[in-house]
Design a protein around this ligand. Structure first.
Ligand code: NAP
Length: 252
């Protein structure tokens, strides 16, 4: 990715769930492209490691403790970022959790934590950063959805409701803020090799692999490259779009 260092020079980005997996890869990709990146998640130690990684490669990073499910926590983290860098150009809503079970057995708390983190968290972050983007008449918001929001899947009603909601939220906000040159898009990953998918059984992994035309599991970098593109000026006429990064496992 190092040959694209300049495309985000001078831009300021906030990535939620940046302590590991896809969020970490997005943060590294944005920093390599020249953006200053605020890293947000609940685990300060992991964030510190990602910050060090970015700084070792001459990038600029800030670690922010943030629980996206809590509006007050989002507010204080965004305030901290604005105090440090004075603006925000790019928001990547990536923080997400799963609590899988069949709907008949799903506990209310498992429904609630997934919706509060994956969907309401994006609402809090977007609402908090939008005034800055509107004022500067520029912004890039990228929401990380999921292939299962498009294709459906048994045992993930809470997760799928949250991610389908995120795709709807993407389109609604895109329509509201387009006149301010703010684009809002979703990236919809398929089966990506991270801690989230590590816990799946070998049988489930093989079943998923059998329906991926490209024949292999995706990487966090595959997703990060799509995010970096949507964050760039080159993607300025794309909004309200859901970009699949799924190896062909769902085509729409
Ligand atoms: P992961 O490795 O489990 O990482 C999740 C990240 O979210 C962590 O950094 C975690 O950090 C953060 N997070 C969780 N709850 C949070 C909260 N309340 N506030 C702030 N941060 C929170 O997952 P991943 O596989 O990289 O997935 C990243 C995103 O991609 C998720 O939205 C996921 O739904 C989506 N996705 C993943 C796949 C896949 O195959 N892996 C496929 C489709 C979509 P802390 O625990 O420190 O807070």
């Amino acid at each position: 990715m190092s040959d694209r260092r300049d495309i985000l020079e001078g831009k300021v980005a906030l990535v939620t769930g940046a302590s590991q997996g896809i969020g970490r890869a997005c943060a590294l990709a944005l920093a390599e492209a020249g953006a200053s990146v605020a890293l947000a998640a609940r685990s300060p130690e992991k964030l510190a490691a990602v910050r060090t990684e970015i700084e070792r490669n001459s990038g600029k990073a800030l670690a922010l403790s943030m629980d996206v499910a809590e509006a007050a926590s989002v507010k204080s983290a965004v305030d901290g970022m604005i105090a440090a860098w004075g603006k925000i150009d790019i928001l990547v809503n990536n923080a997400g959790v799963t609590r899988d079970n069949l709907l008949l057995r799903m506990k209310p708390e498992d429904w609630e934590v997934v919706l509060k983190t994956n969907l309401e968290g994006a609402y809090h972050c977007i609402q908090k950063v939008l005034p800055f983007m509107v004022r500067q008449r520029y912004g890039r918001i990228i929401n990380i959805a999921s292939v299962v929001a498009q294709a459906g899947n048994a045992g993930q009603a809470n997760y799928i409701a949250s991610k389908a909601g995120l795709i709807g939220l993407t389109k609604a906000v895109a329509a509201e803020v387009g006149s301010r040159s703010i684009t809002v898009n979703a990236v919809s990953p398929g089966f990506i090799d991270t801690a989230m998918t590590e816990k799946l059984s070998e049988a489930v992994k093989q079943k998923i692999l059998s329906v991926i035309p490209l024949g292999h599991i995706g990487t966090d970098r595959d997703v990060a490259c799509a995010v970096r593109f949507l964050a760039s000026d080159e993607a300025g006429y794309i909004t309200g779009h859901c970009l699949n990064v799924n190896g062909g496992m769902y085509m729409a």
